[in-house]
Every structure is written in structure tokens, then in C-alpha cells.
Design a protein around this ligand. Structure first.
Ligand code: 5GP
Ligand code: ZN
Length: 114
């Protein structure tokens, strides 16, 4: 989608520090990390948020969970543990209107989040 930052990152028009990519997804380091490991996992397809998903996204969403676990292993945070977060809408803290999961690790996470 035009003028979407994450679509441009997925297309390679804006550089990112990629840790994984395939035909459906891309994972890259957050520019302003909130933890020693902070990866963003996004679909190549422009989906604004989880509010827009339906049964046609079943395979994609399952794949995202599996890839998140694989990336956690690659970043060596799987054994100590990590947090996988989706911010949805303005009260959920979503700033970029392209579906993404935050993979956070490398330190103990607070609960509940702020
Ligand atoms: P949100 O607040 O929408 O859940 O998360 C958006 C995330 O994208 C933030 O953690 C922010 O630091 C990150 N971000 C914003 N712009 C860029 C960018 O140009 N490159 C990268 N790698 N991350 C970005
Ligand atoms: Zn987009």
C-alpha cells in the first residue's frame, strides 16, 4: 500500500535490519528497541490490524506464530523466554497501521505492561 512505512520496508524501499523473510512475512529489528532483543514481524500483505483479519488469513496468522517461535530461537531468547505482543488501535498503543507483532526478549518483562 502506498505511503505505508511497513509496506515500504517489506518491499525493500526503506532499509531494515532483517532477521527473517519468506514469501509471506518479514522480521526485522525495531529501530527504537524496548528490550535487548526487539524484533517486528509483519506480513507482506497490507493488513491494518487484527480488526481486519478473517478466515482467509488463517494460514498466514498460524505461520506468523510459528515464525515468531523460530525467530526467538534464532535470536537465542527461546530458553530464557520472551514476549510476543500485538498492539491494536490507539488505546492498544498501535502507531503503525500495518499489522505487526513485537518479539521482545533478553530481559525480564514487567506484568502488566504499562
Ligand atoms: P506500534 O507502536 O505500532 O505497535 O509499533 C511500531 C514500532 O515500529 C515501534 O516500536 C517503532 O520503534 C518501530 N518503528 C517505527 N518506524 C520504524 C522504522 O522505520 N524502522 C524500524 N525498524 N522500526 C520502526
Ligand atoms: Zn502496509
Amino acid at each position: 500500500m502506498e505511503d505505508c512505512l511497513f509496506c515500504k520496508i517489506a518491499a525493500g524501499e526503506i532499509p531494515s535490519d532483517k532477521v527473517f523473510e519468506d514469501d509471506q512475512l518479514i522480521a526485522f529489528k525495531d529501530i527504537n528497541p524496548s528490550a535487548p532483543v526487539h524484533i517486528l514481524l509483519i506480513p507482506r500483505e497490507h493488513i491494518v490490524s487484527l480488526n481486519e483479519v478473517d478466515a482467509s488469513h488463517l494460514e498466514l496468522l498460524g505461520h506468523m506464530q510459528i515464525v515468531a517461535a523460530q525467530v526467538a530461537k534464532k535470536m537465542e531468547i527461546d530458553k530464557a523466554g520472551y514476549r510476543l505482543v500485538n498492539n491494536n488501535g490507539y488505546q492498544g498503543g498501535q502507531e503503525i497501521p500495518h499489522l505487526h507483532y513485537h518479539l521482545l526478549g533478553g530481559r525480564t518483562m514487567n506484568w502488566p505492561p504499562g
